[in-house]
Design a protein around this ligand. Sequence first.
Ligand SMILES: [Zn+2]
Length: 427
Amino acid sequence: MPKTDISPYLLLANIGHLLTLRGGAVPRRGRDLQEIGLIENAAVLCGGGKILAAGPQRELLRDPWLRTNRRKVKELDCRGCVVTPGLIDCHTHPVFAEPRLVDFEKRIGGAGYEEIAAAGGGIRSSVAAVRRSSRGELSKKVLAALNAMLEQGTSVVEAKSGYGLTMEDEIKSLEAIRDASRQWPGEVVSTLLAAHVVPQEYAGKADDYVKKVCDEMVPLAARKKLAQYVDVFCDRGAFTQEQSEKILAAARKHGLGTRVHVCQFTAAKLAPLLEHRPASLDHMDCVQPEDISLLARGETVAVLLPGANYFLGHREFPDARRLIEAGVPVALATDYNPGTSPTPSMPFVLSLACTHMKMTPAEAIAAATINAACALRLQERKGSLEAGKDADLAVFDVKDYREIAYWFAWDRCVEMVVAGRVVGKNA
Ligand SMILES: [Zn+2]
């Protein structure tokens, strides 16, 4: 959706359900996660890329400034549709070259991790393909994914490297993210995930690779301003708790934020990781009961990724209810990646959250907007529709907000507004 509209003032009129997500404590916890700030028969006035006013249409149209300047304002007739803040996909891996079809078919046949790797699949096949690809080829793939996300309602994306695993290929991956983000109307937050797995050439020498990540890759990514965060995969088959802590310490030393893939396959002790003040801990399928109360007292957001459970054919999903009821702030994301979650669709993730994790549609939407903004520490600008915040809005062709999570594998997003401009389909 490359076309943009140049009108500086935009009025979204005739909104059936407007979900403002305003008010209340941020991030949303417990019962507050239900608070979506619903206004019926609403309108939103945008100007200079920001929200100027959002509220009942009758009140908004009485605004003296709007009455005298109505001709300067472009109008978008929402025809009774549902409008939400632009969805925020706070966990993706878009820098890859090819789908992982060997894994897909082998897994259908019942193969495990080792057998898939032996057949030429697995994460190492993605690494080989990224190493062979040019920065330009990768940035085209990233941009295509960002556009697919935008078409389905997403206006902010966190994007990780992690299939390069050499200095050169990780930097190339981060540059591909930056190049793509410059051609995309939404906002991209980039993350160095050099500690995704131990690359083959460091087999048996994981500590040497960790040292390279800490002493060379993290400082260079920081110096080149290519990453805002550093992520590490702390789990069986990836990095140990001790190695993960070293990488998080290096990130903080170089002024970068931290986030961790943890508790996807095996449990980990979260207290030492939380010392590094991660913005989010992601997956959290195997979080231990004693760590839940610890999380409930902090600001770190638990990012749940049910797309991976779905695609791997798992019967178990993260225990969202237990986390929410304990007061842990939760967010949702696609985990878009070639191995375990090849979907750009946040609405599909909302559907999975409702059907498989027993979140309500309201909770799922709050987790994909205001709480996802918190997971990226963007809550001052993103995630709710309030005067002064960025004018990022998604228009869904449904009459009731619950339908966004109800229809699945059906793209109901008909319009996107990013920074106060209509982008895409009807621009
Ligand atoms: Zn991931």
